[in-house]
Design a protein around this ligand. Structure first.
Ligand code: 8YV
Length: 316
C-alpha cells in the first residue's frame, strides 16, 4: 500500500517524527528554503497536514493542497488554522485538548507566584552575592488570599481556578454564559468589570476573532496599578502595545506572559522591563504532555486514514 502524503508544518520531537515517517510520505514544509515552489511541487499530492498550534495552516497553504482532507494540530489552540478555508474545502480539523490542561495550569500558577514574589530577581540576588553585599531582598507583595479573575473558564481556566482555590483566592470568572461547575465562584459577564474586581487577571481564553484584544487599554486601566496580568492563552487576546505602555508607565504592577505577538522574538520593549516575567510559549512543554499531544495528533491522522471516527475534531 502506498503511504499517504502529509505536509508537516513544523518540527516535532523525534518520538513523533519517527512514527510519522514510518507511516506517511512526509513533506517538511519548514525545511523548504523556497516555500512557494515547494508547495507548488508537493501540494497536489498532500492528503493531510500535521501542524502545531503556533503554526496552524494558512488559506494559501490549504489552497495549494486540493486533495487535503484533514489538518491535525499538535496543540489545543487552532486559531492559526484558517477555518473558513477548511469549511470551503470540506477539511476537518483536530486538536489535542485535555492532555495539556494540567501542565498549562501549573505554569500559569508558577508564573503568577514567580511574578508576585519576585522569584527570578531574588534568585539573581542570591546568586550574584547581593545578599551578602546589600542585605535581604526587597519586600514583595503577598500572592495568596487575593482576588483572582479568570478570563475564559474552559478546561484550562477551570484547572487554573481549581488550583487557585488552594491558595485561598476569591475567584471570579468571565465566560459567555455562567458555568454550573463554577460553584461559588462569582460570574462576571464583562471583562472590564472582571479586571476591576481582580488583583490578578489570568487570561485562559481560546483565541477567536471575538476575543481579539479583549484585554485592551480599558481592561488594563480597570486592573489598575496594583494589578497583575498572566497570559498563557494567545497573544492576540491582549492589546500588546497598550500592555507595554501600561507596564512602562507603572500603570500595572506586572505581567507574566507565555505568548507574544512577535514570537519567537518578543517586542524588545519587554526585555527592558523589570516588572515582567517572560516565558517562551512552553505551557504545554513537559515530556509527559508533549508525548501525549504527539500521540493524539497521530491517532487522529490514523483514524482518518482508517475511516474511523476522529478522536478530537473541532469543526463540523
Ligand atoms: C504548544 C499551544 O506550545 O496547545 C496550544 O495551543 O500553543 C501549545 O501547546 C504548541 O502547539 C507547540 O508548538
Amino acid at each position: 500500500m502506498p503511504k499517504p502524503h502529509i505536509l508537516q508544518m513544523g518540527g516535532l520531537p523525534e518520538w513523533d517524527e519517527t512514527p510519522l515517517n514510518d507511516t506517511y510520505e512526509v513533506h517538511r514544509y519548514f525545511d523548504a528554503p523556497d516555500k512557494a515552489s515547494f508547495l507548488a511541487q508537493v501540494g497536489p499530492k498532500i492528503q493531510a497536514i500535521a501542524t502545531r498550534g503556533d503554526l496552524g495552516a494558512s488559506a494559501e497553504v490549504i489552497a495549494a493542497c486540493p486533495m487535503l482532507k484533514i489538518i491535525s494540530v499538535y496543540g489545543v489552540g487552532y486559531d492559526a488554522v484558517d477555518l473558513a478555508a477548511c469549511a470551503k474545502g470540506g477539511i476537518v480539523v483536530t486538536n489535542t485538548p485535555d492532555v495539556l490542561t494540567d501542565d498549562c495550569a501549573d505554569l500559569a500558577l508558577g508564573m503568577w507566584l514567580a511574578l508576585s514574589r519576585g522569584i527570578v530577581a531574588a534568585e539573581a540576588w542570591a546568586r550574584a552575592g547581593d545578599w551578602a553585599r546589600k542585605g535581604g531582598f526587597p519586600l514583595q507583595h503577598r500572592a495568596c488570599g487575593k482576588r483572582a479573575g479568570v478570563l475564559g473558564l474552559g478546561r484550562i481556566g477551570m484547572a487554573v481556578a481549581q488550583r487557585l482555590e488552594g491558595f485561598g483566592m476569591q475567584i471570579s470568572y468571565t465566560t459567555r454564559t455562567p458555568r454550573a461547575e463554577a460553584g461559588s465562584w462569582q460570574y462576571i459577564a464583562d471583562a472590564k468589570e472582571l479586571a476591576a474586581q481582580s488583583d490578578v487577571l489570568f487570561v485562559t481564553l481560546a483565541a477567536t476573532p471575538e476575543t481579539h484584544h479583549i484585554v485592551d487599554a480599558d481592561v488594563l486601566r480597570a486592573l489598575g496599578p496594583d494589578g497583575l496580568l498572566i497570559n498563557i492563552s494567545r497573544a492576540q487576546n491582549i492589546d500588546e502595545r497598550a500592555l507595554l505602555d501600561a507596564l512602562e508607565q507603572g500603570r500595572l504592577r506586572g505581567a507574566a506572559l507565555d505568548v507574544f505577538e512577535g514570537e519567537p522574538a518578543p517586542d524588545p520593549r519587554f526585555s527592558r522591563l523589570s516588572n515582567v516575567l517572560l516565558q517562551p510559549h512552553h505551557a504545554s512543554g513537559t515530556f509527559e504532555t508533549r508525548r501525549a499531544m504527539g500521540q493524539l495528533l497521530r491517532e487522529n491522522l490514523a483514524a482518518h486514514f482508517a475511516g474511523r471516527p476522529l478522536l478530537t475534531q473541532v469543526n463540523a
